[in-house]
Design a protein around this ligand. Structure first.
Ligand SMILES: CC(C)(COP(=O)(O)OP(=O)(O)OC[C@H]1O[C@@H](n2cnc3c(N)ncnc32)[C@H](O)[C@@H]1OP(=O)(O)O)[C@@H](O)C(=O)NCCC(=O)NCCS
Length: 378
């Protein structure tokens, strides 16, 4: 006998409100994203990622002194323990970078003697350390797997420029830095998305900051969440040419395949981050003299809107932006993780400020009343 009287669960928790937050609001019906009162269109291109880190962590944009102090702190926190570097360098070179980063963040917690200190000061410090160190472990893993020397972080550079420096070993141009910085700003937070929810579930047990961010990285990795940006470039390569797009999309839809970078649980109109990324992708593609990828992307987006009434999401054009910047495909999701660490840690701090264990229920659909049969009779 199964439990048929219980209410049906909200599959995928769709429509379920899990928390109050002052951090960000995703207004899916009108295509608006707000960080602490600021529309994303007001922030993108006007403020740096470090401003957004301060905004999410303190609920207001920093003044000049606060911003300068934050930049110094993040620069200092980029130094990571040798033990963590050793672990990163011993990982198999074929390890997907998201797995490597997940492991490295967990290791950072083991080497931080304050990891179990739950004072507010210590939690804030750990949050900033993670924001500064996730890019460093990503770059170290990437350089080591290529057999290249590790590049020491440059405390004088901002977050976006330092990451490009540590990955490429050359200082980025102002344009590259600015593009990356806008990408960071656009990815910093996004309401109760899957990885943020998992970070909040973990910290709500009064676990620790490193465990919460490790959980979040594991969640972001999946192709239905942050992993979609890698899927977009794989798809573009598989399609191969602008002429092949229509046929490929028709086949994929006939086979009920999901087109990566299209659709969203909350946005029923255009994802407000997509136009910013689309514009940057257009500029970069024309600068590179390689318009094929953006042309193919635009055609896929057009077809999906006409055929399925589904819009491109943040991952769709960010893939072309990173690709045009020469970043390897499997670092796309790690870049998302680098930026979202600011949002995850802000949510962890917010959860801790008014905590209650997150513990939903399930509807049991199995049988009841079974009797144990001796093993030799089963
Ligand atoms: C984001 C996503 C996971 C949201 O999922 P969801 O809210 O659970 O929506 P569903 O998967 O139930 O999709 C609803 C309908 O739209 C269709 N759909 C949604 N996204 C689609 C896509 N990318 N390609 C083709 N069809 C899609 C589904 O097939 C379904 O159609 P049906 O009702 O005819 O069966 C989903 O749109 C998706 O898988 N997108 C591709 C991955 C991606 O870009 N993820 C990054 C999100 S920022």
């Amino acid at each position: 006998m199964t439990n048929t009287a219980a209410p049906a669960p909200a599959k995928g928790l769709e429509g379920v409100i899990a928390a109050n937050t002052r951090l960000s609001d995703v207004r899916g019906d009108i295509g608006q994203l707000i960080y602490c009162g600021y529309d994303i269109n007001e922030l993108a291109g006007k403020v740096a990622y470090e401003d957004v880190v301060h905004l999410l962590h303190h609920n207001h944009l920093p003044n000049a002194k606060e911003l300068a102090e934050l930049k110094v702190t993040l620069g200092q926190f980029r130094e990571i323990p040798q033990g963590v570097i050793d672990i990163i360098c011993k990982l198999p070179k074929e390890t997907p970078p998201m797995n490597a980063i997940r492991t490295a963040v967990s290791a950072l917690g083991c080497f931080d003697t304050t990891s179990e200190d739950d004072s507010q000061h210590s939690q804030r410090r750990k949050a900033l350390r993670l924001i500064a160190q996730v890019p460093v472990v990503t770059a170290y893993f990437h350089r080591n797997r290529q057999g290249l020397p590790l590049i020491h972080p440059d405390a004088k550079l901002g977050e976006a420029a330092n990451f490009l420096w540590m990955v490429n070993g050359t200082k980025p141009t102002k344009d590259m830095e600015a593009t990356m910085d806008v990408c960071y700003v656009l990815h910093a937070d996004h309401g109760m998305n899957a990885s943020t929810f998992s970070a909040r579930v973990t910290i709500a047990t009064l676990s620790d900051m490193y465990s919460a961010v490790t959980t979040a990285i594991g969640t972001l990795k999946g192709p239905l969440h942050g992993g979609a940006n890698e899927g977009v470039i794989k798809m573009l390569h598989e399609i191969g040419s602008l002429e092949a797009v229509d046929g490929w999309v028709a086949d994929a839809l006939a086979q009920k395949k999901k087109i990566m970078g299209i659709g969203h649980r909350v946005y029923k109109v255009l994802d407000p981050r997509a136009p910013h990324l689309k514009k940057m992708a257009q500029i970069l593609s024309s600068q590179l003299g390689e318009p094929k990828w953006i042309q193919m992307s635009e055609r896929i987006a057009e077809l999906m809107l006409t055929k399925k009434n589904l819009h491109a999401n943040v991952d769709f054009y960010s893939a072309t932006v990173y690709y045009s910047l020469g970043i390897p495909t499997d670092l796309f999701t790690p870049i998302f993780a680098i930026s979202r660490t600011s949002g995850w840690t802000a949510h962890v701090l917010e959860q801790l400020a008014d905590n209650r264990l997150i513990r939903p229920q399930s509807v049991y659909t199995g049988p009841v009343g079974l009797k144990v049969v001796p093993v030799e009779q089963r």
